[in-house]
Design a protein around this ligand. Structure first.
Ligand code: PEP
Ligand code: MG
Length: 575
């Protein structure tokens, strides 16, 4: 049967291929029977998953908690280890497999239900709430069993045209798919600027999120058309629809090829204003794509991705190598390294989310200042890499001046330790701040007096200004980059920075969305940073833009606060 599903297209393009289902929704598992002679092996599989999770917890305790006495966090990990070791869970699951020959996931789930029922009986509300911890621990053990074909069909039959479908994936999960050959990427959850979507976009393949039930409705091997531009999937299309989409796919390919011709053309408006088009990256491997895009610098190196998908923290030498590689490969073009923006949805492996509102919690610079040793290691690594190119430091999620002062102090201290060891670095390294919290945008003057440059993080600026969680698809319709308040704030930041002659860039997803290119140019922005795959489309728009025509229209947009009038003016601007 053919049917259509609608979601949010987060990466453009058309893919035609076969469905490949990733792990099912967190706690959904299949039940099947194990042949008698395989029962011991099945128990060993369960044991090994418990072992893996224990190692994850231990690594986390060692890497994050040691020395920094975060009692609450430590207590949480202890609790999770206690649950993991509770015989009601592991022993009972083991004997269930032995007696009923069921699969390990199923046995584990049954025992989880037993534990949850026991928690239900507890009168103490706090202890009753610990049910969530039991579920989190079980979820981890299930994930550790992902390699088993009964739970996750790791390898698709269709190599070369596999379309990955997952209920939900963390940004760290998506990173792991970078190495795999999928031609499109679909998830039930997510929204336009969730980090999962951002990483999916960096895969440079059509991607759709917020499909709600795709993972349940689509079957392994179903034939799919993924239209990333419209945000739709056509499941088991008929021959005519397939032909139509193959034609469109061909046209899109042709357009992409044509765009490649402007790769080496300098990005400049028709009136001769030069525009810097920089690239966002997550790992040094991304540099190849940056080169193909013709970007003239790295505007945002999301360094936190070096810390994810591993059991330990990257040491100073390892980080230095990563930063140096990028600096060298960019041949003296700017390389803006954002200090790690961990927390919220980007976590260390094994991290247990304790905050009720993680996006408002210990994230980015707040985490760095709470973990000075970890931060010091990174600062030294960046400083050491600074002698190999035009390296800059960018501080994420600043909300007050004290954070700038403390960070500058820590940078000075890192410099001093290097000097003492006679290690060279750029003494005049530029330090900039991300403006992504409304408080920062509204107290810009003092920020500008202390920082060398600004970078507008619209992904978070929109989230925090509109009070819309960027990873929650239930409120994705409220996440609006063209909300009058956002346009006003972005305009205020650009114009204040230009007046103060402080370089300003924009590195949120808005920078790569061609419908906003002229708006941003008209506001006075001359530096944009985006995913390499978006760069030539944006450059094409820059090359066709004439600022004297654009600026008056943009001023009209800022002056009106009526969304419909604003949209009409935007359409006119992009005519
Ligand atoms: C932003 O918030 O716009 C940004 C670029 O940072 P991130 O998406 O990594 O939060
Ligand atoms: Mg951000």
């Amino acid at each position: 049967m053919s049917f259509i599903l609608q979601g949010i297209g987060v990466s453009e393009g058309i893919a035609i291929g076969h469905a490949h289902l990733a792990a099912p929704a967190a706690l959904e598992v299949m039940h099947y029977l194990i042949p008698k002679n395989q029962v011991d092996k099945e128990i060993a599989r369960l044991d090994s998953a418990f072992w893996v999770v224990r190692k994850e917890f231990e690594a986390l305790q060692k890497s994050v908690v040691d020395g920094h006495a975060r009692a609450e966090f430590s207590a949480f990990l202890d609790l999770h280890l206690m649950i993991l070791d509770d015989p009601t869970l592991s022993e009972a699951a083991r004997s269930m497999i032995a007696q009923t020959h069921c699969n390990a996931e199923w046995a584990l789930m049954q025992q989880m239900q037993v534990l949850l029922a026991q928690f239900e009986e507890i009168e103490d509300a706090y202890l009753r709430e610990r049910k969530a911890d039991v579920m989190q621990v079980v979820e981890r053990v299930l994930k550790a069993m992902l390699g088993h074909p009964g739970y996750l069909p790791i390898a698709s039959k269709h190599t070369g045209d596999s379309i990955l479908i997952a209920h939900d994936l963390s940004p760290a999960d998506v990173m792991q798919y970078k190495q795999r050959q999928f031609i499109a990427f679909l998830t039930d959850l997510g929204s336009q600027t969730s980090h999962t979507a951002i990483v999916a976009r960096s895969l440079n393949i059509p991607s759709i999120v917020a499909l709600h039930h795709a993972h349940q409705l689509i079957l392994e091997d179903d034939c799919l058309i993924v239209d990333g531009n419209q945000g739709i999937i056509i499941v088991n299309p008929d021959k005519y629809v397939l032909d139509e989409y193959r034609l469109r796919q061909g046209q899109l390919e042709l357009e992409k090829k044509k765009l490649k011709r402007i790769k080496s053309v300098a990005a400049m408006t028709l009136d001769g204003t030069p525009i810097d088009l920089h690239a966002n990256i997550e790992l040094p491997e991304d540099i190849e794509r940056v080169k193909e895009s013709g970007a003239t610098g790295i505007g945002l190196f999301r360094s936190e991705f070096l810390f994810m998908n591993r059991d330990d923290l990257p040491g100073e030498d390892e980080q230095f190598e990563a930063y140096r590689t990028v600096a060298v490969k960019m041949h003296k073009q700017p390389v803006t390294i954002r200090t790690f923006d961990l927390g919220a949805d980007k976590n260390l492996r094994g991290a247990v989310q304790v905050a009720a509102n993680p996006a408002l919690g210990l994230r980015a610079i707040r985490w760095s200042l709470a973990e000075p040793k970890m931060f010091h290691t990174q600062l030294r690594a960046i400083l050491r890499a600074s002698q190999y190119g035009d390296v800059r430091i960018l501080i994420p999620m600043l909300s007050n001046v004290a954070e700038i002062d403390q960070t500058l102090h820590l940078i000075d201290y890192a410099k001093k330790t290097l000097r003492d060891e006679k290690i060279h670095f750029d003494e005049h390294i530029k330090v900039g701040g991300m403006i992504e919290i409304p408080a920062a945008a509204l107290s810009l003057d003092i920020f500008m007096r202390k920082l060398d440059f600004l970078s507008i993080g619209t992904n978070d600026l929109i989230q925090y200004t509109l009070a819309v969680d960027r990873i929650d698809d239930a409120v994705a319709h409220l996440y609006d980059p063209f909300h009058p308040a956002i346009v006003w704030l972005v305009s205020h930041i650009i114009q204040s920075a230009n007046r103060a002659k402080v370089p300003v860039s924009l590195c949120g997803e808005m920078a790569g969305d061609k419908q906003f290119t002229r708006l941003l140019l008209g506001l006075g922005l001359q530096q944009l940073s985006m995913y390499p795959a978006q760069l030539l489309t944006v450059k094409n728009q820059v090359l066709k833009s004439y600022l004297p025509d654009i600026i008056p229209l943009v001023h009209k947009i800022i002056k009106t606060d009526h969304p419909e009038k604003m949209l009409a003016l935007l359409a006119k601007l992009n005519d």
